[in-house]
Ligand binder design. Structure first.
Ligand code: SAM
Length: 259
C-alpha cells in the first residue's frame, strides 16, 4: 500500500470510528463556506433565503434534484446531528485547525487563582481541562462532540489525570447550583439561559471567557454577565485559537460572583 493510500485508509478508519456519516459530507462546506459567503453578501439574510440560494447553486452545478432535497431536508430537520458530526470531523481530522496548547488568557488568569472545582463549558478535546487538572483543579467538562470528549479522556488517562466529562449539549447538562469556583468559556458561549450557568457558580466564583467578537456581538459578553461583577473586559486584535488561527477581533472577560 502506498503512503497516500495508507493515510486515506487511516482517515477513513478514524471517521468511521468517530461515527461520522458519509451522508453528512456536504455539511461542513455548506456551514463554513457557503453560509458565511451568503451572509457577507447580505448580513440580514434569513435562514430560508440561504437555503434557497444553496439549492440554486447546487442546481447550477447539476446536482440531481433528489440530492438537493435530501440535503435541504437534513439541514431543516437534523441540524443538531449535522453539527455534532461536523465538530467530530474537526477533532479527528488530519490537520489540527486550532491551537492545541491551552488558551493563553486562561493560563494568565489561572495563575492567580487557587485550584478548586472548575467547569470547562464546551470543552472540545480537553486542551484547557487537562491544563487545569495539571494545576490541581477538579475539572468537570462537557461537549456535544462525543469524539472530542473521548480524545480528552484518552489524553487525561495517559497523563494519569481525572476529568469528569459528559458528551452532551449544554441544554442537557446538569449544571447544579453553586458547584464551581471557575467556569471557563474558551471559544464557546452559553446557548442555554445564562442564569442556569451563573447559578452553578459558587459565591466568589469566577467566569473566564474568550471568543471572537462576532460570537457575541457588540457588548454581548458584557450584557451576558451583567449579573456578575466584571473585573476585566478587553477587545483586542489577536491570533485566534480557532478560525484557522487568523488575526481577528477577540473579546476577553473575567467576572466574579460577589453575592
Ligand atoms: C470552537 S470549539 C471550542 C472548544 C474548546 N472550548 C476549546 O477552546 O478548544 C466550540 C465547541 O463547542 C461545542 N459546542 C457547540 N455548541 C454546543 C452545545 N450547544 N453544547 C455543547 N457543546 C457545544 C462544539 O462541539 C465545539 O467542540
Amino acid at each position: 500500500m502506498t503512503r497516500r493510500a495508507m493515510a486515506a485508509a487511516a482517515l477513513l478508519f478514524r471517521s468511521i470510528a468517530s461515527g461520522q456519516k458519509r451522508d453528512f459530507d456536504f455539511y461542513p462546506d455548506f456551514r463554513n463556506v457557503f453560509t458565511p459567503k451568503a451572509r457577507a453578501g447580505n448580513p440580514s439574510i434569513t435562514g430560508g433565503e440561504i437555503l434557497r440560494q444553496y439549492a440554486a447553486s447546487l442546481r447550477a452545478g447539476k446536482v440531481p434534484e433528489i440530492e438537493i432535497e435530501r440535503r435541504l431536508g437534513l439541514i431543516r430537520d437534523h441540524r443538531p446531528a449535522l453539527e455534532i458530526d461536523m465538530w467530530n470531523r474537526v477533532y479527528t481530522g488530519p490537520e489540527p485547525e486550532f491551537n492545541q496548547a491551552p488558551n493563553a488568557f486562561l493560563m494568565q488568569k489561572a495563575a492567580g487563582l487557587k485550584p478548586g472545582v472548575a467547569l470547562d463549558y464546551a470543552m472540545g478535546e480537553g486542551r484547557n481541562a487537562i491544563y487545569l487538572a495539571q494545576l490541581g483543579w477538579e475539572v468537570w467538562g462537557f461537549d456535544q462532540a462525543d469524539a472530542a470528549v473521548r480524545i480528552a479522556q484518552q489524553r487525561a488517562e495517559k497523563l494519569g489525570l481525572r476529568l469528569h466529562t459528559s458528551a452532551v449539549k449544554d441544554a442537557d447538562y446538569d449544571f447544579g447550583r453553586e458547584r464551581f469556583d471557575l467556569i471557563l468559556f474558551s471559544w464557546a458561549m452559553p446557548l442555554v439561559p445564562v442564569e442556569r450557568v451563573v447559578g452553578s457558580l459558587k459565591p466568589g466564583g469566577v467566569v473566564v471567557m474568550e471568543c471572537a467578537a462576532d460570537y457575541v456581538g457588540r457588548n454581548g459578553m458584557l450584557k451576558m454577565f451583567d449579573s456578575l461583577e466584571i473585573t476585566q473586559y478587553e477587545r483586542i486584535k489577536a491570533k485566534a485559537d480557532w478560525y484557522n488561527r487568523m488575526e481577528t477581533e477577540v473579546v476577553r472577560l473575567v467576572a466574579v460572583k460577589t453575592r
